[in-house]
Design a protein around this ligand. Structure first.
Ligand SMILES: O=C[C@H](O)COP(=O)(O)O
Length: 254
């Protein structure tokens, strides 16, 4: 199904059971939009409830611990995430890297644990505004990926999605130009080809994330090498998230 656009809503630290109606509404409409693969990553506390509410869309988590179990107060293992009904986990999001000091090495160990637990992974990467302005963004992001990618790609091939999220575009209403997005996604694709070969690299979808909205989704999703979107703020209501899903479906029209 790697050919369908993949639209993933990351609810971040938003949502109580009152928001289950939004998940339901997204699921009911997504059933009519078979050209698009749709998923939601609610907070841990809602994963099981969303999983029970939906039939069509995927449900995932926003993080997991790198270890299997033990004395890690407040943490959730990959196996626990899978047990809650999640099928994927977002790892290496810039908000985890910045606010929780997550290094590339830690992100890699979490990815290894997630794959071992049978989860698909969305690995996030992206540069700060300072790095973008310095002209070193592609180099920076490729290095970040090289150090974060799973140790054994053969186990991860079908499980891996990458999300390019320039940090300065997250929640700001600003987006890179389509040319800049294409250039970054091509650089990421070239990196994957150089590491794993063309056939295996082709299995990995590269999503764009950062201020994706119904109004700009069609343009962003039409860019070369953009296989979908990781959506934050605009995924919090069914109305705006479905606007993005519909725009993604339109990019599939002949
Ligand atoms: O995971 C999602 C991203 O951080 C994008 O967030 P945003 O759509 O609110 O800019």
């Amino acid at each position: 199904m790697a050919d369908r656009p993949y639209i993933v809503g990351n609810w971040k630290m938003n949502g109580t059971r009152a928001m289950l109606s939004e998940a339901r509404a997204i699921d009911r409409s997504a059933q009519r939009l078979m050209k698009v693969e749709v998923a939601l990553a609610p907070p841990f506390t809602l994963i099981h409830a969303v999983h029970r509410e939906v039939e069509q869309i995927g449900v995932g988590a926003q993080d997991c611990h790198s270890g299997p179990d033990g004395a890690n107060t407040g943490d959730i293992s990959a196996a626990m995430v899978a047990d809650s009904g999640a099928k994927f986990v977002i790892l290496g999001h810039s908000e985890r890297r910045q606010d929780h000091g997550e290094s590339n090495a830690l992100v890699q160990s979490k990815i290894n644990a997630a794959i071992e637990a049978g989860l698909r992974v969305i690995l996030c990467c992206g540069e700060t505004e300072e790095t973008r302005d310095s002209g070193d963004a592609e180099n920076y992001v490729c290095n970040q990926l090289k150090e974060s990618l799973p140790s054994d790609f053969n186990k991860a091939e079908e499980a891996l999605t990458i999300a390019y999220e320039p940090i300065w575009a997250i929640g700001t209403g600003r987006t890179p130009t389509v040319d800049d997005i294409e250039s970054m996604h091509k650089a990421i694709r070239s990196l994957l080809i150089s590491l794993y070969g063309a056939e295996q690299a082709a299995e990995v979808r590269i999503l764009y994330g950062g201020s994706v909205k119904p109004e700009n989704a069609k343009e962003l999703l039409s860019a070369a090498e953009v296989g979908g979107a990781l959506v934050g703020g605009a995924s919090l209501t069914a109305e705006s998230f479905l606007g993005i899903v519909i725009a993604a479906a339109e990019t599939q029209d002949p």
